[in-house]
Design a protein around this ligand. Structure first.
Ligand code: S3P
Length: 449
């Protein structure tokens, strides 16, 4: 089922080569943070290039419910923030739809203000673990009342007199790190977050941009992030870079569809996000970075991906997992078209995403004629090589945009069409996926094959 409507089956089939330019939408992580930090600043933040996917629109709606003004004027999103600690108590339940990032960051942002808010989501989000966020928020003095197992719907009662926190994040999660940092904004004194594995650092970069005092000490064992509470955040003008996690889909499609040559311009290559591209190059992908430059303090390049008939399976280093955590589903599709095994260890976080992504991909890949082995923390795809992936199946997307798009990519190169039972969730992160892929020459239709 799609989150708010009837399922939309989608079918992908083999067509001619993919060619042209793929202008993918804005970065989802940076879009959520632009709205939330804009709402916590004093004055007018202006954002262009915001991802207008459902996840981000749900966060915009939530920020209005907490008292910020959020409007779109032409191409620019304009946010009038209420200041750190200035959130009003929402009149109604906050529905974050499909978005783990939305709900976890917003819980953090309100947890050190003495207000109460109740959060819910769709069937996927209401299954996901929230204790990873509410445990550290309790240390600030907030209380959480949710369903058993720490699930949504859940009410957070913000701390009356927040205290700062020193917290070591027990799982590699930028959402948890960010929730703690956002909570630290309205607490007095220094909040310290320690992470053993580097996860995406957009919150740290953007908090510094908004004028917070924040520093990161990098040692051999950890990154120690220190934030001074109760800053007055200064409103910003933000140009959201394009999303490397969305770029992954046209890039991977071009690598496996015969004769393809696709340019994906202006992609952020922040090292905490670019692990997929390194991995693809190690597999022998013809993937080049053109026009390398810096924009807004981040490395940016135009990616050029060409059909790569001689892809090889590899061992993906586990310490790379955090930098490509959202890309394993589409990597597993490329791995199916490679020669030999691709082994992906250190990825148990995949089991608590919008779906259990190892299970969802393994089941669908097997239905498409690809052998997959899996354990709790790892999986291995047995590549069949170019031209030898059968397809010809209907697979379930489990309310997960990245599962739906990954199987569409598989269908562009498999020997028989591939249908996903519901492509509706694609709109959460990549609302223009269908026309963009069709514009490159892919064949994608609504309905059963
Ligand atoms: C995100 C962090 C990651 C990622 C998600 C976006 C973020 O989740 O999977 O799509 O914007 O902070 P985790 O924090 O659960 O690893």
């Amino acid at each position: 089922m799609s989150s708010h409507g009837t399922p939309i089956p989608m079918t992908a089939r083999k067509a001619g080569p993919l060619s042209g330019t793929a202008d993918v939408p804005g970065d989802k992580s940076i879009s959520h943070r632009s709205l939330i930090l804009g709402a916590m600043a004093v004055g007018e933040t202006r954002v262009t290039g915001l991802l207008e996917g459902q996840d981000v629109l749900d966060t915009a709606k939530a920020m209005r419910a907490f008292g910020a003004e959020v409007d779109k004027q032409g191409d620019t999103w304009v946010i009038h923030g209420v200041g750190t600690g200035g959130f009003a108590e929402p009149d109604n339940v906050i529905d974050c739809g499909n978005s783990g990032t939305g709900v976890r960051l917003i819980m953090g942002a309100m947890a050190t203000t003495p207000i109460t808010a109740t959060f819910t989501g769709d069937a996927s989000l209401n299954k996901r673990p929230m204790a990873r966020v509410t445990d550290p928020l309790a240390l600030f003095g907030a209380r959480a009342y949710g369903r058993s197992g720490g699930r949504l719907p859940m009410t957070i009662v913000g701390a009356e007199a927040a205290v700062p926190v020193r917290y070591e994040v027990p799982v590699p999660s930028a959402q948890v790190k960010s929730a703690v940092l956002l909570a630290g904004l309205a607490a007095p004194g220094e909040t310290v977050v320690i992470e053993r594995e580097a996860t995406r650092d957009h919150s740290e970069r953007m908090l510094a941009g908004f004028g917070a005092q924040i520093s990161t000490e990098v040692t051999n064992e950890a990154r120690i992030i220190t934030l001074t509470g109760q800053p007055e955040l200064r409103p910003q003008t933000i140009v959201v870079p394009r999303d490397p996690s969305s770029a992954a889909f046209p890039v991977c499609a071009a690598l496996i569809v015969e004769g393809s040559d696709v340019l994906v311009p202006n992609i952020g290559l922040n090292p905490t996000r670019a692990g997929l591209f390194t991995t693809l190059r190690e597999m022998g992908a013809d993937l080049t970075y053109e026009n390398m430059r810096e924009e807004g303090g981040e490395p940016v390049a135009d990616l050029r991906a060409r059909f790569s008939p001689d892809l090889k399976g590899i061992e993906v280093p586990p310490d790379r997992a955090a930098s490509m955590i959202d890309e394993y589903p589409v990597l597993s599709v490329v791995a199916a078209f490679a020669e030999g095994k691709t082994h992906m260890p250190g990825v148990k976080e995949l089991r608590v995403k919008e779906s259990d992504r190892i299970d969802a991909m393994a089941t669908g890949l097997r239905a498409c004629g690809v052998e997959v082995d899996e354990g709790e923390d790892w999986w291995t795809v047995h590549g069949r090589g170019h031209g030898a992936v059968a397809g010809g199946a209907t697979v379930e997307s489990h309310l997960d945009h990245r599962i739906a798009m990954s199987f569409m990519v598989l269908g562009f190169a498999a020997n028989a069409p591939v249908t996903v039972d519901d492509g509706g969730p694609i709109a959460t992160s990549f609302p223009i996926f269908e026309p963009l892929m069709a514009g490159l020459g892919a064949e994608i239709t609504r309905g059963q094959g």
